[in-house]
Design a protein around this ligand. Structure first.
Ligand code: ARG
Length: 510
């Protein structure tokens, strides 16, 4: 009786059609989680032996096969065959082709269904940390910028129209606040990702005496994902990560947009460093903010990847369905794009030159102190704010129609008088000074330099605490990896799994 050469080929009488294989294989995408797949198999095999499910010789044979796979992966010589569809079956084939019947026991009490999502969660966990690391670096750039420019005047905008003077430090701490929330969302996505589905098997658990807590520990997961049906079905961790990335790049895009138009001749608020700009092939004078534009433009890819996975996940029933294979490309691609976006924005921002003279000049212009004048009237003349708003509005209208501005203090005094408020030039002059204005905005979260510096300090403290969580997570992953490698090496060298687990640390008692 003929059966297909595939690892699942027993019930088949024909080989898979080449069109079908090409359409369904996932090797190139899976290659990103080859290390995780082998690590997962080592942990699984150690657990199988610890529970007496496979014997010592089987465990030793499989672990030495996996050990040489690891070496080939590190040396980039591990060859995979598309005929084996995915990374899991390539690794299994590698082991069974070297260790025959013993190797064939490695897939006991496991399914590709729990295996693939274990690998995906492990790889995604690392991708989350990669993006976080870049975002932490960007926050450090912004905090330094905010400190240096706590009192550098500039214009604040609403509707892209002059609104009220602020400082560059204030602008920078606004972004620090946004990116802090992005870090919080990424951190939550990490938490949702960092649970272990391995041991769910196909969907329903198993009658073998597996120890899911042991694999959880060896793979550095924070907890077991208990319900097996949920474990093989759910990809909400990926959606959460993509949603966090989509929101994050909406923030990086916002900053990129500001850099694009602030660097125009019309604004002249900033100048992009030569290293972050490009020329034109025909117009010799051009200096284009191409990097900022692409930071804005690549946002589409990340949003798209979120919608891609949301759409894939729509209406998939519980249990593993092959649709789920489509989870990985959007996660990998969005993470790579978002990471390079944050890194590049950091380079762009840390080399950006702020045109302080132009910023100061604008802060004086265009009636941006009108709200200050209205507030002054409220405080000194006990007139209700709505009435002061009308008076100042009328005065601005009068000055504007006669081609004058607040810089003409006497004309402003006259216009206010005509609108119904008496103030002297001496009183009014400081009210029209943007430095006085900015310094007086000491309300909680206001633009006053003292308040900016207080926020910088609070954000720095938050970031330090976050970095600690980040380091702990990274260390948990690395130490779990080292332990699995060490146990595996000890077993290959002749130790029993039981002894190796006990002599090589960990918190496992069982
Ligand atoms: N390549 C598959 C994926 O990425 C692996 C799991 C396949 N499982 C199965 N029962 N066919 O999802």
């Amino acid at each position: 009786m003929y059966s297909s050469s595939s690892l699942w080929g027993g019930r088949f009488q024909e080989q898979i059609a080449s069109t079908a294989l090409e359409y369904t294989e996932s090797l190139a995408v899976d290659a990103a989680m080859l290390t995780e797949d082998v690590w997962g198999s080592k942990a699984h095999v150690i657990m199988l032996n610890a529970g007496g499910i496979i014997d010592d010789e089987d465990a030793r044979a499989i672990l030495s096969g996996l050990g040489s796979a690891s070496r080939e992966i590190d040396e980039h010589t591990f060859a995979m065959d598309v005929a084996d569809e995915d990374v899991h079956m390539n690794v299994e084939r590698y082991v069974t082709s070297r260790h025959g019947k013993r190797g064939a026991r490695m897939h006991t009490a496991r399914s590709r269904n729990d295996q693939v999502v274990t690998d995906t969660r492990m790889h995604t966990r690392t991708l989350v940390l990669g993006v976080e690391q870049e975002l932490i670096a960007l926050q450090e750039t912004l905090l330094a910028l905010a400190t240096d420019h706590a009192d550098t005047l500039t214009m604040g905008y609403t509707h892209t129209q002059h609104a009220q003077p602020i400082t560059i430090g204030y602008w920078a701490t606004a972004y620090v606040s946004m990116f802090r929330r992005d870090l919080t969302r990424l951190s939550q996505a990490y938490r949702s990702t960092d649970i272990n589905p391995l041991g769910a098997c196909a969907l329903a658990g198993t009658s073998f005496p597996t120890d899911r807590r042991l694999t959880t520990e060896l793979l550095g997961f924070a907890a077991v994902q208990e319900n097996g049906l949920d474990a093989v079905s759910s990809r909400d961790f990926g959606l959460e990560f993509l949603a966090a990335l989509a929101i994050m790049v909406s923030n990086t895009s916002k900053m990129a947009e500001e850099i694009v138009y602030w660097s125009t001749h019309e604004f002249r608020l900033v100048e992009v460093a030569d290293g972050y700009a490009m020329g034109s092939s025909i117009m010799p004078q051009k200096k284009n903010p191409c990097v900022a534009e692409l930071i804005r433009g690549k946002t589409g890819k990340v949003y798209g990847r979120l919608v891609e996975l949301l759409t894939t996940m729509k209406g998939i029933p519980t249990g593993y369905n092959r649709d789920l294979q489509e989870d990985k490309p959007p996660i990998w691609e969005a993470a790579a794009s978002a990471l390079s976006t944050v890194r590049t924005l950091n380079g762009l921002l840390s080399t950006l030159r702020f045109n302080e003279d132009r910023m100061r000049e604008l802060a004086h212009k265009n009636f941006a102190l009108a709200t200050e004048v209205a507030d002054y009237l409220v405080k000194t003349q006990n007139i209700p704010f709505r009435e002061c708003h009308r008076i100042v509005g009328e005065a601005v209208g009068t000055l504007y129609r006669s081609g004058r501005t607040f810089e003409d203090v006497q004309a402003t005094v006259d216009a206010l008088a005509a609108a119904g408020a008496t103030v002297t030039e001496r009183e009014l002059a400081p009210v029209l000074d943007p430095v006085v204005s900015v310094n007086s905005h000491t309300s909680l979260g206001g633009t006053a330099p003292a308040e900016v510096l207080r926020m910088v300090k609070a954000e720095r403290d938050w970031l330090e605490a976050h970095k600690q969580t980040f380091d702990e997570r990274q260390e948990r992953i690395e130490s779990a990896f080292r332990r699995t490698e060490a146990v595996s090496a000890a077993v290959i060298a002749g130790s029993s799994v039981h002894d190796a687990l006990h002599s090589l640390g960990g918190n496992h008692h069982g």
